[in-house]
Design a protein around this ligand. Structure first.
Ligand code: AMP
Ligand code: MG
Length: 959
């Protein structure tokens, strides 16, 4: 090749010719958009052909005089003063009378706060056969290929974004509409076509609708995009192109004119910068169609664009196959992509010890290393051998009483080694254990016993009180009272399908429901954890989670299965106070919620403690990216792992080792023999990156809900993509470009509050049973950053006090974490136009409009004032009375730690967390600090039964 020949360089147009071979040349034309639009290139090339032929034959070229841009511009300017322009403007404003929808494409990278323009191009070819079918279909439907391609593109975008009301920009050539076909210049109009698709109506009717729309848009093209923007006063978001960030264009392609004796092809060179988020330029070669797709590379990866274009191809093929299909039912995945997201991605097949029951894994360890410490509690340890024998004794006793497989036995033992002895005893008897957290209200416990049909409760004299009056059908087995003798291992035959434990989770229609988990589910879970955690070299695992939550099984039975030592956190304080234990006992593995981790980080001792942990597992609720960043720096050599999973699919179903958190922390990939699907409302797999519901299939899927056949059938459905069933989690998620799943919230009214799973419906149902309450709505809201809380809205007769309501709800069986922190009286609940409760219109509780707590008594003296100030600071309120109860005003277990610090800061007196549970009013605490400070060490002594009980009631221990 020779040096390219510079044909001319103006400020707005450049032309260069390169000779690549004796008879191969390449001409590069670079024009500024100000002087050249798509149409103009066609004009230029045509004229070049004529000039070439004339020059080749040594003749004068016969070129017609070009159309004048000046004349065109003047005409446009005149138009802008005319009636036609006014009606065009009216047309456009009418299109947006109900507001301007914002297209939320699922981006691969966090959207930069300031819009960027760096672009890349991906070319995708629609095969000729498909294009032929499309041309035929357009004819048959009495529409144009453009309309068919355009409508299908709208449908593809709708399926990617789940937005059916959307704007798609098209370009119209001013040359065509003004009759100046030979005009070179910028005459293109960008028309934001506003389409409202009906997802359920046949595609053919959407097509008919678009036809009118496109014709109207082109007819009203003389309003420029800029004028329209200012006319509509579209709110500007500096991170986005306004109104129509996606542009769609069909280019007729190049048809050779002139250039006699040459073969000419033309290409559009990819642009390195572009204004659009996506610009699909469809070039019709008359055989296949090439989609030249420019995209913003700060938002998207090329692979995402490629997949979306393949979704477009799938939609087009679906339309060809049956134009009567509804847009929501059209296929959006090609076979190759389908195979990848449904199967390759879920190829998690792993061998596991299916036939070993939960206690069987422990027994293997006990036989191998009977001397090894299985657990320590308050300084005392129990070896694997001893624990085995104790549990055998309990099992033999239960068996003698007739307990066996498929029976449910309650376990109500405060945190201690006996708690684990009791669980193991039930399992070894072949039965399933039902954890009954003694901190729960007696009403909830008796409901669970009744609902589960348990005939026995294993307990202890110091815990049995939590059960209240036991139903006559239930027999308590007190570990400290029963004669325990035979310590040989019982030999109960179990299958992987036998139920191992049942855990109750909040129920949306008012009552909790028990999830039945089988031994085989756990065996598989263990294999999953073996692959994701380092469990092969035994370590020390802190058990701080209540056995009422399934993740305690990893801390307890996962540990015992792998020869770990469990450090059992004492019952007299919540996990937030676990640090000394962590520090002293060389804990290597620790699992908690992001809320608890945040609290740990807020304290120097907590940060030190975390530094020694080898594997820190966070789960149960979304992990904020800032928290992840901080934890990674604190962890030194340890690993941070995000754990995700509903109780219904056995403890954890996906994991993600966090290394360089950015944007958001994903929940990762499915564990062994687990399948994850992201499906839309129709149960179809979503296009790449699109939001859908997360469904979980595979070996972790549990039996379902105890004696709730309808509920079980509605949530546990047949897996259409593989054998077995899958569970509909109600979680919203999407697959990220890096192949990890990202959690994006819920599709219902279940919330997570400090890791606790709460159905707001359960609280609402309970509130409505209060005689003075007519209507009730409960939402979780975060009016102050980091302080998510439950707020109840009531239409009530009279003014029940907060204290009354909270007591009432406790008596109705709600645990402390389900008690609303604020109650707002309303004359009526806000409704949407169609009469449904409008949750988004529920007001933020004003500090003083919430229900009163009782009579206001102003704090007196330095101490009371100091305490009251600390309360206000922690609760974010302006005043408190000395008789007000911290928990009634919205205090919760995590705030208690902050409160202790705040009081010490203001009064100079050391305050321990349990003190705050003992003295929950300003007055009582000030008195205590005044009188007790000299004689008291400041910490709640275990002897104080009432205080300990109060502390247990109010301190959240959640995994
Ligand atoms: P549970 O049955 O208590 O384990 O609650 C399961 C629910 O907690 C899931 O369906 C999610 O909504 C939520 N969840 C659990 N783990 C995570 C996590 N790592 N990130 C976000 N949400 C989570
Ligand atoms: Mg879970």
């Amino acid at each position: 090749a020779e040096e390219p020949f510079d044909l001319g360089r103006g400020p707005l147009l450049r032309a260069t010719l390169a000779k690549l071979g004796p008879d191969e040349h390449r001409l590069l034309l670079v024009g500024h958009h100000l002087v050249l639009d798509g149409w103009s290139y066609g004009v230029l090339l045509e004229e070049l052909g004529i000039l070439y032929d004339a020059a080749a034959q040594g003749q004068e070229p016969e070129l017609e005089a070009g159309d004048s841009y000046v004349a065109y511009a003047l005409e446009r300017a005149t138009q802008e003063r005319g009636a036609e322009y006014k009606s065009a403007l009216e047309y456009w404003t009418k299109q947006y009378a109900d507001g301007v929808p914002v297209l939320e494409l699922p981006v691969d990278r966090p959207r930069p706060p300031l819009r960027t323009y760096a672009a890349e191009r991906h070319d995708y070819t629609l095969p000729a056969a498909l294009c032929d079918s499309l041309r035929a279909l357009a004819k048959q439907q009495h529409t144009s290929l453009l309309q068919l391609l355009f409508t299908s593109f709208q449908v593809t975008l709708a399926r990617i974004t789940n937005q059916w009301d959307l704007v798609l920009g098209v370009s119209a050539a001013g040359q065509a509409s003004s009759g100046r076909t030979g005009l070179v210049g910028h005459a293109v109009s960008y028309l934001p076509v506003h389409g409202k698709l009906d997802p359920a109506a046949p595609f053919a009717s959407a097509l008919a609708q678009t036809k009118g729309q496109l014709v109207d848009a082109i007819e009203n093209q003389h309003v420029s995009f800029g004028s329209l923007l200012s006319e509509l006063s579209v709110p500007r978001d500096p991170s986005r192109m306004p109104l129509a960030p996606v542009s769609f264009n069909v280019d007729q392609g190049y048809t050779q004119r002139g250039f006699t004796g040459l073969r000419v092809e033309s290409w559009n060179v990819p642009r390195a910068y572009d204004v659009f988020e996506i610009f699909a330029n469809l070039v019709d070669t008359k055989r296949e169609i090439v989609i030249e797709t420019q995209f913003n590379r700060d938002l998207f990866e090329s692979a995402t664009i490629r997949d979306w274009l393949s979704s477009y191809e799938a939609v087009l093929a679906g339309v060809v196959a049956n134009p009567q299909q509804a847009p929501r039912d059209l296929p959006v995945l090609t076979d190759a992509v389908r195979q990848r997201v449904l199967h390759d991605w879920n190829a998690t097949e792993t061998a596991f010890e299916r036939d070993t029951p939960i206690h069987g894994f422990f027994e293997q360890q006990a036989s191998r290393n009977p001397e090894r410490a299985a657990l320590t509690f308050e300084g005392k340890s129990l070896s694997y051998g001893e624990l085995d024998k104790r549990a055998n004794q309990v099992a033999n006793l239960l068996i003698a009483r007739g307990v066996g497989p498929e029976q449910i036995v309650g376990v109500c033992v405060r945190r201690s080694s006996d708690m684990i002895v009791a669980q193991l005893g039930v399992l070894k008897a072949g039965a399933a254990y039902l954890p009954l957290d003694p901190t729960y209200p007696a009403e909830r416990i008796s409901y669970m016993l009744e609902d589960s049909g348990a005939r026995f409760v294993v307990s202890r004299s110091d815990s049995i009180g939590a059960l209240g009056t036991l139903d006559a059908k239930v027999t308590p087995v007190l570990l400290d009272k029963e004669p325990l003798a035979d310590d040989t291992r019982p030999n109960v035959k179990l299958t992987p399908a036998n139920v191992a434990y049942t855990i109750y989770t909040s129920g949306s229609t008012g009552k909790p429901k028990g999830v039945l988990v089988e031994h085989g589910n756990f065996a598989n879970f263990l294999a999953g954890m073996d692959a994701r955690l380092s469990l092969s070299t035994p370590g020390v695992w802190l058990n701080a989670t209540s056995i009422g939550f399934d993740i305690s099984l990893l801390e307890i039975f996962g540990s015992l299965a792998r020869g770990f030592t469990i450090v059992i956190h004492s019952d007299d304080s919540g996990p937030e106070f676990a640090l000394p234990a962590l520090l002293a006992q060389k804990v290597t593995h620790f699992q908690c919620t992001p809320s608890q981790a945040t609290l740990l980080l807020s304290d120097a001792k907590g940060r030190d403690a975390l530094a020694g942990v080898k594997e820190l597992l966070l789960g149960g609720e979304a992990m904020p990216v800032d928290l992840a960043k901080q934890l990674i720096t604190v962890l030194k050599n340890g690993r941070l792992i995000n754990m995700y999973g509903p109780t219904e699919t056995t403890i954890w179903s996906t994991t993600h080792a966090v290394t360089q958190p950015e944007g958001s922390v994903p929940i990762g990939k499915p564990i062994a023999n687990t399948r994850i699907y992201i499906l839309d409302e129709r149960g179809l797999p979503t296009p790449r990156g699109a939001i859908g519901e997360l469904l979980i299939g595979g070996a972790g899927v549990t039996r379902g809900y105890h004696q709730r056949p309808e509920l079980t059938e509605s949530r546990f459905v047949k897996d259409p993509f593989a054998d077995g069933r899958m569970y509909k989690t109600g979680d919203l998620a999407r697959l990220r470009a890096d192949g990890a799943v990202e959690f994006l919230g819920r599709n219902d009214h279940q919330v997570k509050l400090r890791g606790y799973r709460i159905e707001l419906g359960e609280i609402e149902v309970a509130l409505r049973t209060h005689p003075a309450v007519h209507e009730a709505a409960v939402i979780a809201r975060e009016d102050r950053p980091g302080d998510k809380r439950l707020v109840a809205y009531l239409v009530a007769q009279g003014e029940p006090t907060v204290g009354e309501l909270r007591t009432f709800l406790t008596q109705a069986g709600l645990p402390e974490y389900m008690l609303p922190q604020a109650f707002v009286p309303l004359a009526k609940l806000p409704t949407t136009p169609n009469g449904k409760l409008d949750r988004r219109a529920l007001p933020a509780p004003a500090q003083d409009s919430s229900l009163g707590v009782g009579e206001y008594v102003a704090p007196e003296g330095e101490l009371e004032q100091g305490v009251a100030e600390a309360w206000c600071a922690v609760l974010g309120i302006t005043r408190v009375g000395t008789q007000d109860n911290f928990f009634d005003l919205g205090g919760h277990s995590l705030l208690v730690v902050k409160l202790a610090e705040a009081i010490t800061q203001r009064t100079g007196k050391p305050v321990a967390v349990p003190d705050l549970f003992r003295f929950p009013t300003v007055k009582s605490l000030a008195n205590y600090l005044h009188v007790g400070a000299a004689t008291n060490t400041g910490s709640a002594q275990r002897g104080n039964e009432r205080a300990a009980a109060a502390a247990r009631r109010t301190s959240g221990r959640r995994g």
